[in-house]
Design a protein around this ligand. Structure first.
Ligand code: PLP
Length: 408
């Protein structure tokens, strides 16, 4: 098969890609917000609810055992996908936001106190800022911020200067959702570990685009969301090094996470269940396992090559429009491009682009500090996935020309 046939075949895996919006073929360029779902994932969810639906880990009957087994197989698929040492290190959460909140609330409560410092970066999504800010308010710890340079890369020298014996956590994104910058997390982790400082990685924008090997990275925590990885909404992952998870206090409490409950004392369950209070999103977890297998079938090398080709084409075509101002031009990027069309407000541009059936995101993308850095209200963001095409990029460029005609 040639590449065109490959892409056509891949696109046929995603039913939504053949629908029309305002009578025009959907061009879905909002993959950083959420990815579309292939039929195998939708089928896995349907199969779970039509054939297996039952609560897990409560034994007692056939369906429950079946659901528990499939759920735990999904955990093994996640473990393999990120190369974690053990299934004890894979906690199912509702998404990256919950995973980050878990680390901040649980690890933070026990190990971070007054006068301690937490390092985040100017590139972070709000969900990797606010939980740490709340922890700082509760404990008297201090938030330190790695500044970014104007091209959207992190100032690594400034980071090294921020590290000191009071630093008790470094929490940074793997990839910026607004700018696409790939952060050199291995270097960041190594520098922190020289001072025995743990590192949390927000992998929300990495998990669908590149191979993740938590052992090779050496990170202490790694978080990602199912829905940004071709799986359903409401399921996500926290990877945590077992030694750390073992000594962390519970985050949420209730069923599942306990061993024995009496009115005088409760003992907690083993990992990973200690951090999975209540009924989990069983169908979501199973479908996440299927999504990760789907990605592996397509191949992460193929995905990286294809998305690089799309990124290059998008940049080239946007560069032909003289009014385009690129926001974030880091040398290492995923297929995310933020831009402005001269002085046109991104919301106005987005509304017109939408009428072409093109889904781009406009606004601050939950990264207000980045917008403050550039002193802009927001950007237009096109975030591409391997199922997108050059032809779709041409549709976007046509829509931008229309925006100029209408709003100038
Ligand atoms: N971190 C980054 C970098 C993101 O892009 C997002 C979502 O856009 C999140 C965290 C939050 O993810 P979720 O809403 O799936 O919890």
């Amino acid at each position: 098969m040639n590449i065109k046939q490959d892409i056509e075949k891949i696109r046929s895996d995603f039913p939504i890609l053949s629908r029309e919006i305002y009578g025009k073929p959907l061009v879905y360029f909002d993959n950083a917000a959420t990815t579309q779902k292939p039929s195998v994932v939708i089928d896995a969810l349907t199969k779970y609810y039509t054939e297996q639906n039952s609560n897990v880990h409560r034994g007692a009957h056939h369906l429950s055992n079946l659901a528990s087994e499939t759920f735990e197989q999904a955990r093994i698929k996640v473990q393999k996908y990120i190369n974690a040492r053990s299934i004890h290190e894979i906690i199912f959460t509702s998404g990256t936001t919950e995973s980050l909140n878990l680390v901040a609330a649980s690890y933070g409560k026990k190990f971070i106190g007054k006068g301690d410092e937490i390092i985040v970066s100017e590139l972070e999504h709000h969900s990797n800022i606010v939980p740490w800010q709340i922890l700082c308010e509760q404990t008297g710890a201090v938030l330190r911020v790695i500044p970014m340079l104007d091209d959207g890369t992190l100032d690594f020298e400034a980071y090294l200067k921020l590290l000191n014996p009071r630093t008790k956590m470094v929490s940074v994104t793997h990839v910026s959702n607004s700018l696409g910058t790939i952060v050199p997390i291995k270097k960041i982790i190594d520098a922190a570990h020289e001072l025995n400082i743990p590192v949390t990685i927000d992998g929300a924008q990495a998990s669908a685009h590149m191979a993740i090997d938590v052992q090779e990275l050496g990170c202490d925590f790694y978080c990602f969301s199912g829905h940004k990885t071709f799986a359903p909404m409401g399921i996500g992952v926290l990877y945590g090094r077992e030694e750390l998870l073992e000594v962390m206090p519970p985050f949420k409490s209730g069923g599942e996470m306990i061993k024995i409950v009496t009115f005088s004392k409760t003992t907690f369950n083993d990992l990973p269940f200690r951090f999975e209070a209540g009924t989990p999103n069983v169908g979501g977890a199973i479908a996440l396992g299927t999504a990760l297998e789907y990605i592996q079938d397509i191949g992460l090398n193929f995905i990286a090559e294809r998305e690089k080709a799309l990124l290059d084409y998008l940049n080239k075509q946007l560069s032909t429009v003289k009014e385009i101002r690129f926001i974030g031009t880091a040398p290492e990027k995923t297929s995310v491009v933020s831009f402005l069309i001269d002085k046109i407000h991104p919301y106005d541009a987005g509304a017109i682009i939408d009428r072409f059936g093109v889904a781009v995101r406009t606004g601050n993308h939950c990264t207000q500090p980045i917008m403050e850095h550039y002193d802009i209200p927001g950007t237009i963001r096109a975030s591409l996935s391997f199922y997108n095409t050059e032809k779709e990029i041409d549709v976007l460029i046509g829509a931008i020309e229309k925006v100029k005609k209408m709003l100038y």
